[in-house]
Design a protein around this ligand. Structure first.
Ligand code: PRP
Ligand code: ZN
Ligand code: MG
Length: 225
């Protein structure tokens, strides 16, 4: 199979990590032009191209070696790891490094005014989330039986729709919760952006560029500290 010798990096199409990730690559010296369809960026001075995809698809694309690298939140990485495990698939993609942006938390949130003591308050309740595996582990570790309602997005409207009692979703600035009359009750996991890489051995040349890139990222992050 003839695989391109250019590094393919998967980034979130539009979301909290998009700008910071492109900015990071630019700080590493990458000059790029954006494709007409906006689905790709082509590196002009490095053999590196960027693919824009849904963040939830990034671990799969890297696992399947469609992309060599991906930048995605630890929350998505952990959810995928657990979901692979429950399906009996080994999560083969590797976490290369954690980045200093995209900080947020995956939290339990409850309708304003609802009493919440600890995880035991979730007993017998319905909790809507896009992170069913992480939430299930959280509940299991606390010996709490509750119904996990999996949604692919817009989790914050589930309580108003009567679809769930509580939610478990990402909180960054907190404005989504406020707008939906929800209050953060407990942190399930802390998250930030990270780089993952393909489990399939890459060519020496690609390996060299991955090495160069991670060295430059280290440098860029140290300057900012
Ligand atoms: C998360 C979460 C909320 C929002 C919270 O979505 O699902 O919608 O961010 O941020 P805030 O506290 O600053 O309002 P994300 O950006 O991860 O997008 P996605 O769920 O569409 O992937
Ligand atoms: Zn997403
Ligand atoms: Mg969202």
């Amino acid at each position: 199979m003839d695989k391109s010798s250019r590094l393919k990096v998967a980034l979130q199409k539009s979301g909290r990590l998009t700008e910071n990730s492109l900015d990071l690559l630019a700080r590493c010296g990458l000059k790029y032009s954006r494709g007409k369809d906006q689905l790709m960026c082509y590196g002009e001075n490095m053999p590196l191209d960027v693919l824009f995809v849904r963040d939830d698809d990034i671990p799969d694309l890297v696992q399947q070696d469609v992309c060599d690298l991906g930048i995605v939140g630890l929350n998505v990485i952990e959810e995928k790891r657990l979901s692979f495990q429950t399906r009996g698939v080994s999560p083969l993609f590797e976490q290369v490094m954690v980045l200093d942006y995209g900080k947020c938390r995956l939290s339990i949130a409850v309708p304003d005014g609802t009493e919440y003591k600890d995880a035991s308050s979730l007993r017998g309740k319905r909790i809507a989330t896009t992170y069913p595996n992480i939430l299930a582990r959280f509940l299991r570790e606390r010996d709490v039986q509750a119904e996990v309602v999996t949604m692919s997005g817009a989790v914050e409207i589930a309580p108003r729709l009567g679809r769930a009692d509580f939610i478990c979703d990402l909180v960054s600035t907190g404005s989504t919760l406020i707008a939906n009359h929800l209050s953060e009750a407990e942190t399930v996991m802390e998250s930030q952006a990270a780089i993952i890489s393909t489990p399939v051995p890459v060519t020496m040349e690609k390996q060299e560029w991955i090495h160069r890139l991670t060295m430059r990222i280290d440098g860029v992050q140290q300057v900012k500290e």
